[in-house]
Design a protein around this ligand. Structure first.
Ligand code: NAD
Length: 363
């Protein structure tokens, strides 16, 4: 079996997670790493057995021509690195969610990938958690009867969390395309963050198969009391709930609170589970090797799946900024962040529980 040569750009939290998982998998060799921050680069290199380091992604990519080009930069950097991955003849590009910050950029990314034929994978890796897989298994088994609704809530703001909520609920709904969305947004605080989004977005999605998606993300989202963040405030980020309701029951996963279901035949069932990067990354990268080996083994986090969710997210933003329903698929690009900056009312967001006040700078 061949070994795939990998280059990873961005040695922050997620870049190190990726590089560590590649380094631990015998199907990959980390040929080079890059960051514009020398200290981060040096610290990461020590942990990764000292691959070649560079402050210049383009120079490193052109020198090594990696099979797999991975970048884990903040969401303001996407299209340029997609182009670089294509230019250096990578066979697969792996990058972080969200796909892009605007539909203009997302559409350009899709066009560039479609034209080049390069495979791409977007990191919605929470789905490898046993509790996420259990909910998918219950939905797919038919135990919930006819699925009517999928839903997702998270207290973290949309640029961080909405992409996850949409992707896993689209997975529950077999990545059925959406026909239209409608949304509202409130709070301007996080419009100034590099993870740029309104403090709060809530909206509905009409999927083609009639399933209704309901999404509630950010400051106004409800608490998820199953996740106790009183002693560990960082767990606030894990207050996310995603599920499906059908004619014969429901099943839901909580990012750090396990899973539970009630079904007509099985009664109440539940089980544990916490999102864990250490457990989620190895199968995520292994399935990249599988896809590189065999075109038929398409990665579950393939760009096509992520793009389904990305379009929904961009359309929710567009609806919040412009009003009314937005039809999908999007036929032209727009800068939804600029639209939101122009339109979200200049009033403090109303939060749903105390810890969110602090996270949104209102305490
Ligand atoms: N999938 C998940 O579960 C998950 C979790 C957290 C974050 N994320 C996403 O991962 C991405 C990165 O987040 P993070 O927390 O690792 O960020 P981070 O700030 O820790 O790391 C980003 C790194 O990129 C480097 N960088 C910036 N510009 C660069 C350039 N031109 N060339 C090389 N390096 C450059 C920065 O110096 C920094 O070290 C974001 O899009 C975020 O939304 C995903």
């Amino acid at each position: 079996m061949s070994q795939y040569r990998v280059m990873v750009v961005g040695m922050g939290k997620r870049g190190v997670h990726h590089a560590t998982a590649f380094n631990a998998n015998p199907r990959f060799e980390v040929a080079g790493i890059c960051d514009i921050d020398q200290k981060r680069l040096d610290d990461a290199a020590t942990k990764l057995g000292n691959p070649e380091k560079s402050l210049d992604a383009a120079a490193l990519a052109k020198k090594h021509k990696p099979d797999l080009f991975c970048f884990c930069t903040l969401p303001n950097l996407r299209l340029d690195f997609i182009k670089l991955g294509i230019e250096c003849s990578a066979k697969l590009i792996a990058f972080e969610k969200p796909v892009a910050m605007t539909s203009r950029e997302g559409i350009q990314i899709k066009q560039a990938l479609d034209k080049s034929g390069v495979k791409a994978v977007v990191s919605h890796q929470h789905r490898y958690g046993g509790h996420y897989k259990k909910v998918k298994e219950i939905v797919a088994s038919g135990a919930l009867g006819r699925i009517q609704t999928v839903y997702g809530t998270a207290t973290g703001w949309a640029a961080h969390m909405l992409s996850h909520l949409i992707d896993y609920t689209c997975w529950f709904n077999n990545y059925e395309p959406a026909e239209w969305v409608m949304a509202q947004a409130a709070g301007r605080g996080k419009l100034a963050d590099l993870h740029t989004s309104p403090d709060y977005v809530a909206g509905v999605v009409h999927y083609k198969n009639g399933v209704r998606g309901i999404y509630d993300c950010g400051a106004g989202a409800p608490d998820v009391p199953e996740v106790d963040s009183s002693k560990e405030p960082k767990l606030w980020w894990r207050k996310a709930r995603m599920g499906a309701q059908g004619s014969e029951g429901f099943a839901e996963v909580i990012t750090n609170g396990g899973w539970r279901a009630v079904t007509k035949r099985g009664g109440f069932q539940s089980g544990p589970g916490n999102m864990d990067y250490v457990e989620d990354m190895p199968p995520y990268v292994q399935e990249m090797a599988d896809w590189l080996d065999d075109d038929k083994k398409v990665h579950p986090c393939a760009f096509a799946n992520a793009y389904t969710g990305f379009e929904i997210m961009a359309a929710l933003y567009r609806s919040a900024a412009e009003g009314g329903q937005v039809a999908l698929p999007l036929t032209s690009g727009a800068d939804e962040v600029a639209l939101l900056k122009a339109k979200v009312p200049n009033r403090p967001v109303l939060v749903s529980f105390n810890q969110s006040k602090k996270e949104f700078g209102l305490a």
